[in-house]
Ligand binder design. Structure first.
Ligand code: GLN
Length: 197
């Protein structure tokens, strides 16, 4: 692929603008996605952080849950941050009643594992595949990955807990690289999208 890949940002709730800016900086054509029809023609999709219970509810309301599950199953590259990571888990340990995920990564995730809002923090994290040293991770009521299946790669750990994973073309981080102005994780995703296209 020579032109910029088109990457959607699921714009139901969360830090959509920051992801659109980070993707543009990583040389993708970034576009907000709210409706099932808008999934067609995407080379990749980002699921932002926010609140996974709200994203789950709104996705159902907008008729996006099944189309998104199907797109991920069919190989659409997806990157989820924080609540986005939760949405990509095949299983969550402590779902709110009715909370559903899109799935895509064989992992078990614990929501709010690093603590509540006032316990949010920043930390440097070495992410496999990201050159140039550790990435500054912003963790906000962040989940961690409790365990992964055989086909899921662990890309980063912090304080003994898994905070970045990949299964095939689906990538997820517990933290928010879109909030720091360092676009290397988005570049990792965009280059994987390019390589797979
Ligand atoms: N704790 C939130 C949830 O369960 C995620 C927080 C975030 O995305 N910053 O969805």
């Amino acid at each position: 692929m020579t032109s910029s890949p088109t990457i959607g940002v699921l714009a139901l709730q969360g830090d959509v603008r920051e992801h659109l800016a980070a993707l543009a900086a990583a040389d993708a054509a970034a576009t907000a996605v709210r409706r099932p029809e808008e999934l067609a023609g995407l080379d990749g999709l980002v699921i932002p952080g926010g609140e996974s219970t709200t994203i789950s509810k709104l996705a159902a309301l907008f008729g996006l849950t099944e189309p998104l599950r199907a797109a991920i199953r069919d190989g659409l590259p997806v990157y989820g941050t924080c609540a986005g990571l939760i949405m990509l888990a095949d299983k969550i340990l402590d779902p709110r009643s009715g909370q559903e995920t899109f799935g895509g990564i064989d992992m078990i995730v614990r929501r709010n594992a690093f603590g509540r809002q006032n316990e949010s923090f920043e930390a440097f994290v070495e992410v496999e595949g990201v050159p140039g040293g550790p990435v500054e991770g912003v963790f906000i009521r962040a989940p961690w990955v409790e365990s992964v299946g055989a086909n899921t790669e662990v890309l980063a750990e912090y304080d003994g807990h898994i905070v970045a994973v990949r299964q095939g073309s689906v990538l997820a981080t517990s933290f928010h690289p879109e909030l720091t102005g360092d676009h290397r994780v988005h570049e990792l995703f965009v280059s994987a999208v390019r390589a797979g296209s």
